[in-house]
Design a protein around this ligand. Structure first.
Ligand code: BES
Ligand code: MN
Ligand code: ZN
Length: 501
């Protein structure tokens, strides 16, 4: 879909549809009032008759409103004026797009970007609207033989902003919103792809494809043979039970001088996690195709960064692997030597993500990174702790943690910090190796991060556990595209120009 911004008055628009807000109870917003005046009280009449209460998300589509040039007017309920918050705003936008898409308007001028949302400016409102609009239209029907497409889908959406002064920033909001949305969409596509198609090799191919699409993006891969030469025996052990070879894919984005130290994003890319020999229960096991959600998010963020041509160096490391039970599979009791030289006793082969990640975290030392953030569907315990609303954030470096938290706050892609105190480290003690690969039932999310922290001593590091946020289960099963908005915002904030100038 195409987006643009302008600053005009609602009655002067010549469009298929003008979208304006109505508050509860039956109160016209400022722009709706303007339309009302020109139309000789047409809208206020409707409200008086009780056609629209103004409850959040209510829609009323009008045709041929007197003296209005546009073919349609869509009245959108926005709830009580003072209570309009971020969540409601996004829901209203999504619903509006849905309605426009179903009712035959191929273009529209939307005045909802002028609504007052507590604590948020025009940049935020326009950007969120773009993301919500694009996100709401996402479908994954590549594997269906019969595809349902809307007959007359919305093609063009114009956001109106109160003053011309706000146009440049709003245009930037559109560019950022579109890049994030595009990143989320590739993230969702790759994550939704079934595990018989989406293998570690497939992840590598998608990375390579991305690199051919952008000039300053390049690709290379580390094969199993190279991993063996490097001593990445933890990573290799996890993939041994699978017919699909492990591949560590690397995407290098160069937007700044070569000498500038890169940010490295590491994604857990378990294209399927059956649990290995410590096999998982059967219920919902299909959802373990999403165990590459971290890798998909890194791919999405790299796309967004490349799309925006941000002046920074970023490396995406996508740790592709499959965890299966087999005669060659690694076992509970095995002691593995990691690339760092530290040894690990395997207590459960289902705690595989940290084994793949620990060697990847050692591997990326060679880039002498400014900071490393890993993103992983690492622990079921994270869902117990935070549910599906926030990703878990853990970091041994406070400034980096705060940067990620403010990026999450700005982007609306929530994260919540959990502690990483030394006391938790003891849970990983092993009688047979330097450490065990798990730390018992308590604080499983934190002890998993403690494990990773032992491989991140050479740089500033943060860890995002996205087990609860990467996908939705149930009737609306599907990848969410998170935390692409958070990661992209984090990188945007890191660039000299900042996000809003
Ligand atoms: N990929 C899973 C974590 C997971 C499970 C994410 C369910 C989302 C939903 C991970 O590899 C895993 O199996 N973790 C184990 C660790 C345990 C064996 C210490 C877990 O969380 O149960
Ligand atoms: Mn597992
Ligand atoms: Zn896993």
């Amino acid at each position: 879909m195409e987006f643009s911004v302008k600053s005009g008055s609602p009655e002067k628009q010549r469009s298929a549809c003008v979208v304006v807000g109505v508050y509860e109870p039956r109160r016209l917003s400022g722009v709706a009032e303007q339309l009302d005046k020109v139309s000789g009280g047409y809208l206020s009449n409707l409200l008086r008759r009780g056609d629209l209460e103004g409850k959040s998300g209510q829609m009323l589509l009008l045709h041929n409103v007197p003296n209005i040039f546009s073919e349609r007017v869509l009245l959108v309920g926005c709830g009580k004026e003072r209570e309009l918050d971020e969540r409601q705003y996004k829901q209203i936008i999504e619903k509006t797009i849905h309605t426009l898409n179903e009712t035959g308007s191929m273009e529209a001028v939307c005045f909802l970007s002028e609504l007052h949302v507590k604590g948020r400016d025009t940049y935020w409102k326009v950007r969120q609207a773009v993301e919500a609009a694009q996100g709401g239209l996402y479908t994954f029907n590549q594997l269906k033989t019969r595809k349902e497409e809307p007959r007359r889908p919305l093609r063009k959406l114009v956001f109106n902003v109160p003053t011309r002064r706000e146009l440049p920033l709003s245009e930037k909001a559109i560019a950022h919103g579109l890049a994030v949305a595009k990143g989320m969409s590739i993230c969702r596509d790759v994550a939704n792809m079934p595990p018989n198609i989406c293998t570690p090799r497939y992840l590598a191919e998608r990375c390579e494809e991305l690199a051919t699409n952008y000039d300053n993006l390049s690709f290379n891969a580390v094969t199993e043979q190279e991993m063996a030469e490097l001593g990445m025996h933890a990573y290799l052990a996890v993939g041994r039970g699978s017919e699909n070879e492990s591949v560590l894919s690397l995407l290098h984005y160069q937007g700044a001088a070569k000498e500038q130290a890169p940010i490295v994003l590491v994604g857990k890319g378990l294209t399927f996690d059956a649990g290995g020999i410590s096999i998982k229960p059967a219920a919902n096991m299909d959802e373990m195709k999403y165990d590459m959600g971290g890798a998909a998010a890194v791919l999405g963020a790299m796309q967004a960064i490349a799309e925006l041509q941000l002046p920074i160096n970023v490396i995406g490391a996508i740790a592709g692997c499959e965890n299966m039970p087999d005669g060659r599979a690694y076992r509970p009791g095995d002691v593995l030597t990691t690339m760092s030289g530290q040894t690990v006793e395997v207590l459960n082969t289902d705690a595989e993500g940290r084994l793949v990640l620990c060697d990847t975290l050692t591997y990326v030392e060679r880039f002498e990174p400014e900071a490393v953030v890993d993103i992983a569907t690492l622990t079921g315990a994270c869902i117990v702790a935070l549910g599906h609303h926030a990703s878990g954030l853990m970091s041994s470096h406070n400034p980096l943690a705060h940067e990620l938290l403010s990026a999450s706050e700005q982007s609306g892609d929530r994260a919540w910090r959990l502690p990483l105190w030394d006391e938790y480290q003891d849970a990983l003690d092993s009688p047979f190796a330097d450490m065990a690969n798990l730390g018992g039932r308590d604080a499983g999310t934190i002890t998993a991060a403690c494990f990773l922290s032992r491989f991140t001593k050479k740089y500033h590091w943060a860890h995002l556990d996205i087990a609860g946020t990467a996908w939705r289960s149930g009737a609306k099963k599907g990848a969410t595209g998170r935390p692409v908005p958070l990661l992209t915002q984090f990188i945007i904030n890191r660039t000299a120009s900042g996000e809003q100038d």
